[in-house]
Design a protein around this ligand. Sequence first.
Ligand SMILES: Cc1cc2nc3c(=O)[nH]c(=O)nc-3n(C[C@H](O)[C@H](O)[C@H](O)COP(=O)(O)OP(=O)(O)OC[C@H]3O[C@@H](n4cnc5c(N)ncnc54)[C@H](O)[C@@H]3O)c2cc1C
Length: 501
Amino acid sequence: MPSGTEKAKEKFMQGVEKTRAPAEGSGVFGLSTALWLARSGYRRVTVFDMQDTASAGYDPGAGIESASADINKIIRFSYGSKIEYQRLASQAAEIWDEWNRDIAGLAEDELPEVLRRGQRQLWYKCGFLRMGAGSEFSDFELQTLRNMEKEGIRDTQFKSDDDAGEFLVSEVLLAFVAAHIERAERNGWAHKLDVCRRRERFGVHKAVLDSSAGFVVAYKACAWAQHLARKAGVEFILDREKGKVVGIDMTDHHKPVVRTADGVAREGDLIVVAGGGWTAGLLPEAEGLIETTAGSVATIQLPKDRPDLWDRFSPENFPVVTWGMSEGTGNDKDIYSFPRDENGIIKIGFRKTKWTNYSDVAGKSISVPKAAEKNIPMPAIEGIKEYISVNFPELAGLGLSSTWLCWYTDSIDNSFVVDFVPGRPRVAVCSGGSGHGFKFLPILGREVVKILEGKGDQTVYGQMWKWRASTAEKRNGLEEGEEGPRALEKQQMASREDWVF
Ligand SMILES: Cc1cc2nc3c(=O)[nH]c(=O)nc-3n(C[C@H](O)[C@H](O)[C@H](O)COP(=O)(O)OP(=O)(O)OC[C@H]3O[C@@H](n4cnc5c(N)ncnc54)[C@H](O)[C@@H]3O)c2cc1C
């Protein structure tokens, strides 16, 4: 006799047996959903994508444009007061560790193509140095440390100096802080505490090094997750016509239908729209809840004949660095960078302003990704050049080697959106990554499946990610709309000449 939960699952299973189109989008949100559906016993899970992510191995250099198709992404556990995300990130990290081990142990022909070349490691625990741009620690930083103490993982954090003044929040914390540098030295992290020599050069360096964090090689991670999903039985239709969803309708007998660009309509029992920045274009009713914005990204190519730079910026010697991240102290710089990758590329991102691109979609004005935009606005180029000039002057002479826009899907409160779409039975949305979704690739689908099974109200993530609205004056920038100052068409775009310092 099945339990209530089993009954619900059984009912859902019967539907999915007939389904031909449950998930759309082979980015992190679609991949994780499909993988966990298949691993939870669901059959005939099909992923549609208009881009051939498999052949291109999610390589942005091969023309794949999505938030997930990238060189690298940060894995962090520092979430200020949002302890639920901190916990989920810690659980994800256990699977990232497992994936690293699994990949290392496999024969070459058991790996997806991109993992056969070069380094096999997905996740690098190289540390994450959160540098303040001023002389104070932000509230976010202090709250993060309190939460880490609560979770018993406070000893993974190293403060850049022994000045305990700003950490006088508890006796326990004071004791920790006093021993920070000594502890960093003992644990082999001291060389990453001040990689920009800020104390020596500016006399002040306010930073916390999180030794549990680092980055993942994004394109290889997606290719691996897709490989696992295929092995679990998921079918992928990745094609600019056969895989491109152009409409989601409903039959007379209330079954959702996916229409693709090749003119085929496929009836299903459940459709999950995980279209990243394209989601609001497909589900215009999500327009007040999520907004597509562009992040500005640039790279510096280290020359082959500079082994000193290759060594200095390697993950062994260099952490992920952020500078003046959302401090709220008037010193916001909102810049991040990675250690060099295996090809000698250093990626730098500008987060201070995320640009919008409003366009007419089914009579509504909706921000959508702008295809093939490689140039970034001038304020972003200037911010990135300032970051390099101030913190890594030895790189300035190299100039930038590429720029591009990478498309976020921001929600009104930076929390994800995973729920059934009001007024569209059996159509769900799985999106709103808001610039921090990648790290959850191994685990997100576990929570999505619970929500799709109708158990969202009983889970903390189901509650956090439900379809919602806000009348607040400030809604993460969504209140600005097409008239806002972040509109791409209002920006002066940088050109190659601006890549020189
Ligand atoms: C600049 C930037 C930096 C980030 N940094 C980090 C970080 O450091 N750490 C972190 O954890 N997260 C980070 N994120 C967030 C993370 O990358 C995203 O949350 C995540 O990748 C979103 O995945 P997705 O599947 O929702 O969207 P996407 O990766 O954009 O995938 C959407 C997919 O849907 C497909 N699609 C769209 N429309 C259709 C259609 N009509 N038919 C068929 N297919 C369609 C697209 O082709 C695409 O493959 C960052 C995001 C950005 C933009």
